[in-house]
Design a protein around this ligand. Structure first.
Ligand code: NAD
Ligand code: TDX
Length: 349
């Protein structure tokens, strides 16, 4: 099978690509990635020489480039991960999110509609998020059939893309799959997201910003567990179905950050990391709580999360401690500029 992985140089993408390249030598994995600030070829350096791996740098919203790639490497499956993925950036600059998440997705769907005509042995797999379901109160879960209620520019753009994928399935018969997953964490995550940002600030002994009172809840999953679920669904998931992926691990932000501080002190011998926690002005429109009931069919297919939260956090902390060069390469001028815009006045109070 020839598989395109869009966004393969990003956080989840690089884990997925490594998993596919190593476990399926008979498949050819073609990464399509624009290498934005979040995409990094260094993330894929250990598969760069693999015979079943090809990298192609392009914007998925560029129809000409996508068509040219289709001519040389026509796919049997598209695992679509390329996206602008950070909620805070979507609040600063929503238009970029429409470009990649909506127009980029439609560009790929249009090609698939024309070039996969009458093929039922192919699949367009849309990797999406639990944020499309909105915000829960203290009770309840997102489950299959929960209506979409996106509330940030990021989640609105992902919801729009999901709806287009389903519309192409319904209208043109495109074989598709969608999965909506909770908050991923693990090695290679860009340090704008809560867990890597906390770890870097611990390493650099900088204040750790927590929005509001830290009472918002996110449902966390180790990235490799998400990758195994995507692989399982690609091979055995029902076409035309929308799956929820989650490790049943909802936690308050303050508890996540406090645990990271404790584990960091245990691993490094540092002291008093908890004192770095700093409550700052809340994110506008901050969704209160996410919690996922994983799809029954995914569990019937034998998928279970394998990495406990403590173990995943330990592995993640160790990875950042062991990779100072990776950290230096991503903490560029662009990153410092973003950090100042996002946190400068909040942390100065
Ligand atoms: P990421 O920001 O780390 O990586 C995104 C990748 O997409 C980067 O490599 C970037 O270069 C590439 N990209 C961006 N715009 C592009 C364009 N126009 N053309 C081609 N490539 C482009 O994101 P991630 O955290 O790895 O998320 C991957 C996918 O999974 C996204 O679709 C996201 O919505 C979804 N998702 C993420 C999470 C999470 O917790 N990170 C949870 C659920 C779903
Ligand atoms: O500095 C911070 N302080 C803070 O309190 C940051 C960056 C975040 N937070 C809070 C906001 C959220 O409640 O931590 C929680 C997690 O924030 P993020 O890591 O930014 O993730 P979130 O907004 O929940 O979205 C993530 O999960 C779903 C990913 O970024 C999305 O791509 C994914 O779809």
């Amino acid at each position: 099978m020839r598989i395109w992985v869009t966004g393969g140089a990003g956080f989840i993408g690089n884990h997925l690509v490594r998993h596919l390249v190593r476990n399926y030598p008979q498949d050819h994995i073609i990464v399509v990635d624009a290498l934005t600030y979040a995409g990094n070829l260094a993330n894929l350096s250990d598969v760069a020489e693999a015979p079943n791996y090809t990298f192609y740098k392009a914007d998925i919203a560029d129809a000409t480039a996508m068509e040219a790639l289709w001519q040389t490497h026509p796919p049997d499956a598209i695992l679509h991960l390329a996206a602008e993925s950070h909620v805070d950036r979507s609040i600063l600059s929503p238009r970029h999110f429409v470009h990649t998440n909506v127009l980029g997705t439609i560009t790929l769907l249009e090609l698939a509609r024309g070039l996969w005509k009458d093929r039922s042995d192919v699949v367009f797999y849309q990797v999406s998020t639990d944020e499309v379901y909105g915000s829960l109160s203290d009770e309840g879960f997102f489950e299959e059939g929960t209506p979409y209620d996106p509330r940030s520019p990021y989640s609105a753009s992902k919801a729009a893309a999901d709806h287009f994928v389903r519309a192409y399935g319904h209208t043109y018969g495109l074989p598709y799959l969608i999965s909506n997953c909770g908050n991923n964490y693990g090695p290679y995550q860009f340090p704008e997201k809560l867990i890597p940002l906390t770890i870097l600030n611990l390493m650099q002994r900088k204040p750790i910003p927590i929005y509001g009172r830290g009472e918002n809840v996110r449902d966390w999953i180790y990235v490799e567990d998400h990758v195994r679920a995507i692989d399982r669904l690609l091979r055995a998931g029902r076409r035309g179905h929308t799956y929820l992926i989650g490790a049943e691990n909802p936690r308050r932000n303050i508890d996540v950050v406090s645990r990271l501080c404790q584990l960091y002190d245990e691993i490094t011998g540092s002291q008093d990391s908890l004192s770095l926690i700093t409550f700052v002005t809340d994110r506008p429109g901050h969704d209160y709580r996410y919690a996922i009931k994983p799809s029954p069919h995914l569990l019937e297919l034998g998928w279970r999360p394998q990495v406990s939260f403590d173990e995943g956090l330990r592995q993640t902390i160790r990875w950042y401690l062991d990779n100072p060069d990776w950290i230096a390469a991503v903490q560029t001028g662009e990153y410092r500029h973003y950090y100042e815009m996002q946190y400068g006045s909040r942390l100065r109070g």
